[in-house]
Design a protein around this ligand. Sequence first.
Ligand code: AMP
Length: 248
Amino acid sequence: MRLLVPIKRVIDYNVKPRVKADGTGVDLSNVKMSMNPFDEIAVEEAVRLREKGVASEVVVVSVGPAKAAETLRSALAMGADRAILVSTEDPVEPLAVAKILAGIVAEETPGMVILGKQAIDDDSNQTGQMLAALLGRPQGTFASKVEVDGDFVNVTREVDGGLETVRLSLPAIVTTDLRLNEPRYASLPNIMKAKSKPMATKAPGDYGVDTTPRLTVLKVTEPPVRAGGIKVADVDALVGKLKELGVV
Ligand code: AMP
């Protein structure tokens, strides 16, 4: 079984985003970019399934700028077998990404597509669901456990109030939650090996997809600045302060 793992290059989760002066978006100039953390978890899960002999090949794909090739190389260094870069310098919305992925699925016929549950830049949480709808395939979102069982996959999902397990017939779409696994660090020999793994370059037009945005961002603003806390001398002072604030 082949596994397809879509990965997005996003602003690194340790970086404090700066909003552009004209309020049209986040300033990405000279900012550290990395693989979306949920996608690292997806790559890790796919590589583990191949190591267990459940899958035979892990293909990673990114829709994004030429620099997304670096992100794909990181996934190859984690153990993915080959990569596809769908190159475009324009922003691509989840629906267009899902359509491109549907085209790649038609060519690659993976048994499972494992995506992150959301990309931490736009927090859309849409691509996996849209891909499942476009393909008419079952989906298991927010997976905290993935167990392939013959022609099925059992996906344990984190839902409000507990865990839910769904059984999907393959081929299926799975999206990863934070607790699915802890992604490995790539070793130096694997980083070197990744340099010679195959990477194909495509364009959105190769899949017949028009990436012209359909959404308009009206305004992006910084979150309100939080007022600093204060230190109190003792419990009496704390209770006094809480009363003063009307909390107790
Ligand atoms: P989103 O719907 O944008 O929150 O993204 C959910 C997941 O879809 C991500 O975690 C990735 O697995 C995948 N994805 C989103 N955008 C891209 C992209 N440009 N290239 C590859 N995969 C993507």
